[in-house]
Write a protein that binds this ligand. Structure first.
Ligand SMILES: C[S@@+](CC[C@H](N)C(=O)[O-])C[C@H]1O[C@@H](n2cnc3c(N)ncnc32)[C@H](O)[C@@H]1O
Length: 211
């Protein structure tokens, strides 16, 4: 793992894994728009014939498990071994593996859908095209990509979070147009976007792309 930012991100999420899991375990119940986006994602995967779906940067696996409840053959990958331990503990019937989206440990054209929910936010701009290249490489033709991210400009060094635990992780906010442009350059057709929390200090966006 040569990049310092990647090592810092992994150590940070190892440190907060317990508290992040406690804070997010039931979070989707309060997020009707995210549940709708996940429902649409599940439907698109089904309509395209089903197949495995990777939740990349899955954290403690609550979104992976939600997709599974929607009938999706979902599995999770995360940089943080502590997150993966928790995901395996809380969702013993599902598959979770340690891995980085910067060197995605999946075979070419092996998944029908790929989700990256608020995990690309830790990838610096210069590394995003290569990560999107991995996403395209592992998706089957016609496969759906779902990205969720913080909307805005600039980056913040987060030094604590999730119960006040110490972190050292860069959080990159992005304009949906910038992310859509990167997706286009990576070979995705951007089919839809949903803007979230427009009245909140840190809005979000969800983009649907098709390989
Ligand atoms: C803000 S959390 C989001 C977790 C989950 N997707 C959710 O929606 O709650 C960011 C997650 O991305 C993971 N992550 C960060 N960089 C990653 C990378 N290069 N590859 C895989 N996972 C990564 C972190 O370990 C962490 O679990």
């Amino acid at each position: 793992m040569p990049q310092a930012w990647l090592a810092d991100t992994r150590a940070s999420y190892d440190t907060v894994a317990d508290s992040y899991s406690d804070l997010t375990r039931d979070a989707l119940a309060e997020e009707p728009y995210l549940r709708a986006a996940l429902g649409l994602f599940a439907e698109l995967v089904h309509v395209a014939g089903g197949g495995p779906v990777a939740d990349v940067g899955c954290g403690p696996g609550h979104v992976t498990a939600h997709l599974h409840e929607l009938g999706v053959d979902a599995f999770g990958i995360d940089l943080s071994p502590a997150m993966i331990d928790l995901a395996r503990r809380d969702h013993p019937g599902l598959r979770f593996d340690v891995g980085s989206m910067t060197d995605l440990p999946l075979a070419d054209a092996s998944v029908s859908g790929l989700l990256a929910f608020w995990s690309l936010i830790h990838i610096p701009d210069e590394a995003v095209p290569a990560v999107l290249g991995h996403f395209r490489r592992v998706l089957r033709p016609g496969g759906t990509l779902l990205l969720g991210f913080h909307v805005g400009d600039g980056s913040e060094l987060k030094t604590q979070g999730y119960g006040g635990r110490p972190m050292k992780v860069l959080v990159h906010r992005r304009r949906p147009g910038q992310v859509a442009a990167w997706l286009g350059e990576a070979g995705f057709a951007v089919e839809a976007q949903l803007l979230l929390g427009l009245d909140q200090p840190l809005p979000g966006a969800v983009l649907f792309g098709v390989r």
